[in-house]
Ligand binder design. Structure first.
Ligand code: ADP
Ligand code: MG
Length: 503
């Protein structure tokens, strides 16, 4: 299904004082699983609830409470894996990752270190100019989210909100295949798009429902290719991890400053120490948070409260059969079936709801024209009002009705735009509006001819000029349109003008 005619983008190169450097980036994306209940409890996951109101005993780590796995979260992880063309591990298991934090009452996070539920997959990241990178996914594991410490409510006290504690997260780990800031942003956007199509994560980055740890290192040109051949990480530079990024704009800026910081150190003869850093958008710099912890620092061990997870291939197959058409396939189909440009197909498939709306409008109609109207008129108008397709005042049926009136020759394209605005602001049935407001196009040859004859009679000088220069005939077309309030059928007018002045 993947179109391998794409060429790979060049890696981003930064010129140092002495030599060129290339960027190497790998992302760990934390995506909150769309599920009404938490991973190991029945507590609600609703955003914005009263603090500490969505907390079951097990989330608060009350003594003797035991986690019970939420099958729907497992299904969502499997669905995500399938959507990323990944291997699904029928055997997986949960481990305890031990650390202390005030917002982690258990004193450990339940995660999957040794046996993640999803193995290797891939994501095609298109750069919008015919170039694309196939980014490999290393694994996806399920884990619990932590709670939230609140430091800005009181001058002397900090508070803890456990609503988020125990909410299911998928950690989607990429291979270090991303080679520049723009690619990193495009990867996050593509991943978000796929997850939203699958319905496994709402991708709301503002609410922190999707956030990324961005690993950055730099290397000399050629070293990355050697790494790809040998799969030997020692051929790459030491990475630093930029924690908890939830904006694609900041991801790009952070990668750029972090790479430059590393290059300056290396060119100065220094070495990079592997650490976790935070990006400060106000100062546009990254700051050290802590030295990098290793897996052994967490004293991982299999969670004794949970049996390993054994899922059946038949169940996986059933989930696979229920997958929706995904963005790459939908885009290819739109280009092939409707003859639209890749750009238009990108716009229409960016969100599943946009694509569905378009297909409703295009059904039984001219697809290219439908695409034009949906993108330029409808999306343009919605954008102006800061609205999305889900709260569009114009339904697919209404927009289709407008296109039908154009196709029948009842209204011109220009009148159709006025009609669209009326339907957008006032609602109503397009055909009825055209009828009741007298917007119907005049195609009656005799009526148009009478108007044109009068204009010709009143403007002998223009007639003379047009005889010398046929390009000036357009002036007469304009006058007829003006005299008829834009309702004359432009095709008929053009033909008549050509006949009278050109003949
Ligand atoms: P950890 O949990 O310790 O951060 P993971 O293996 O889960 O380790 O994730 C490491 C991430 O860092 C992966 O996305 C991987 O692709 C990326 N990575 C590893 N080495 C490098 C490197 N030299 N440069 C950039 N990214 C790297
Ligand atoms: Mg990490």
């Amino acid at each position: 299904m993947l179109d391998l005619s794409y060429t790979s983008p060049k890696p981003k190169t930064i010129a140092g004082a002495h030599e060129d450097w290339e960027l190497v980036i790998g992302l760990e994306v934390h995506a909150q699983v769309s599920s009404n209940a938490k991973l190991f409890s029945g507590a609600s996951t609703k955003f914005g609830a009263e603090p500490n109101s969505n907390v079951a005993f097990v989330d608060a780590a009350m003594p003797g409470m035991l986690p019970v796995i939420n099958q729907y979260c497992i299904e969502q992880a499997v669905r995500t894996g399938l959507g990323l063309q990944a291997e699904i591990n029928l055997f997986s298991a949960f481990d305890r990752k031990n650390y202390f934090y005030p917002d982690l009452p258990q004193g450990y996070q339940i995660s999957q270190l040794y046996h993640p539920i999803v193995g290797e997959g891939e994501v095609l990241v298109e750069m919008g100019n015919g170039e694309a990178r196939l980014v490999r996914i290393e694994r996806i594991h399920l884990e619990q989210d932590a709670g939230k410490s609140v430091h800005d409510m009181d001058p002397n006290n900090s508070f803890v909100d456990l609503n988020r504690t125990g909410v299911a997260l998928m950690e989607i780990v990429s291979r270090p295949d991303i080679r520049g800031p723009e690619e990193a942003a495009a990867y996050v956007i593509k991943l978000r798009q796929i997850l939203r199509y699958l319905g496994t994560c709402d991708g709301n980055m503002q609410n922190g429902n999707m956030r990324a740890d961005v690993n950055v290192s730099v290397c000399r040109p050629g070293d990355y290719e050697k790494f790809r051949v040998a799969d030997d990480f020692s051929l790459l530079g030491t990475r630093c991890e930029l924690k908890n990024m939830n904006s694609t704009r900041f991801i790009q800026a952070a990668i750029d400053v972090e790479a430059r910081r590393q290059i300056a150190i290396l060119e100065d003869g220094g070495t990079i120490s592997q650490e976790t850093r935070l990006y400060d958008p106000d100062k546009n710099e990254t700051r050290s948070m802590r030295s990098k912890e290793e897996a052994h620092d967490y004293r991982y061990f299999p969670c004794p409260d949970l049996l390993p997870l054994n899922i059946k291939q038949a169940w996986v197959d059933q989930i696979k059969a229920g997958l929706p058409e995904l963005p790459d396939a939908k885009k290819a189909r739109f280009v092939a079936d409707y003859g639209m440009t890749e750009y238009d197909a990108d716009v229409l498939t960016a969100e599943h709801a946009n694509a569905a709306f378009f297909e409703d409008v295009a059904k039984g109609r001219d697809g290219k024209q439908a695409a034009n109207w949906v993108i330029n008129e409808l999306f343009g108008r919605l954008h102006k009002d800061d609205r999305t397709i889900t709260d569009s005042p114009v339904s697919a049926g209404q927009l289709g009705g407008i296109l039908d009136l154009i196709a029948k020759g009842d209204i011109s394209g220009k009148i159709a735009k006025d009609l669209f605005e009326i339907v957008y602001t006032e609602g109503g049935n397009p055909a009825e509006i055209v009828e009741s407001r007298g917007m119907k196009q005049v195609t009656d040859l005799g009526a148009i001819e009478a108007v044109l004859d009068k204009i010709i009679a009143d403007n002998p000088a223009q007639v003379e000029k047009a005889a010398a220069n046929p390009k000036l005939a357009g002036w007469f077309v304009g006058q007829v349109m003006k005299a008829t309030g834009g309702k004359a059928n432009p095709k008929v007018v053009n033909e008549l003008v050509a006949k009278k002045l050109g003949g």
